[in-house]
Design a protein around this ligand. Sequence first.
Ligand code: BDR
Ligand code: CA
Length: 328
Amino acid sequence: MTPKRVIIDTDPGIDDALALILAFASPELSVEAITTVAGNVTVEQAARNACAILDVIDPHPRPPVALGARQPLKRALRTAEHYHGQDGLGNLSRFKTGEGKPRYPDPRQSPVRQDASTLIADLIDSAPNEIVLICIGPLTNVAMAILAAPERMAKVREIVIMGGAIEVPGNVTPMAEFNIYIDPHAAEIAFSSGLPITLVPLDVTEQVILTQEQVEAVVRPIGSRVTQFICDSSERLFGYIRERRGCAAIPLHDPLAVGVVIDQSLVRREPLHVEVETADGPAQGVTIADRCQIRAEWKQPPNLQVCTEVDAGRFVRLFLERVCRQWS
Ligand code: BDR
Ligand code: CA
């Protein structure tokens, strides 16, 4: 089996970290680059976190990490440290080794000089119809690449986007999902680009849940560097969610976007026409999907394949098996 060549565009982020771990643990994928974008944290912190996560995983070969957009296209950045911690990874500096040294020292790898949107377009252009772009942060880098190099981006095999809320409430405003809300203008550029896009919205990602019990029973006993990182980075978030929702369970939003590329039979996709509300106001960032029960010829043609159902149990089992494997 030839692995699928993927670029992961990300704003790590605890669930982004879990998505990266899943990707590197999966022989179906070859991660060719990690590009970072401002979202959960600033882009500098996102790139630092991507490099720190690579230190934990220590893959061979190591993909380049690129810095991307510092700000959404047209509006001010809003980050999510309240959810992911000050560093975006659950405040890792509090963890020490037996000798009192930081368990997670400064990253060994530095970002490359090329910026994220250029690297994305270059890689896609160099391998027509091969690269799958997995976007698990706001879509600023992707939109910039589409605006700057539409012909080169047209050579992408597929773009898989974690984002949006079709028939369920939002997670940052009553109706908007975080990645789309943070840069709705970028999302609209991506959605209207005509490129082959699969959307992995909250409708499916909120069904795939990692509980603190699973982490304690299944992940912690493995005792690898990677599983220790999963326990450390998720600890604070479990407390945060338990306080607000009454149960310690993290939705595996970003890992599911990777899962869809690993095994497309995990989800059911529906072709839908989806637009993004970009105007200021209570509906900003809302993904409006046309599910009108009228004949197709009277509707706008579908622009996205939207994941509307997921085999949640099978995905969570796959996730746990992969992240708990023996890491070299
Ligand atoms: C998305 O928002 C971010 O906080 C997560 O990392 C994920 O990409 C879920 O709405
Ligand atoms: Ca993310």
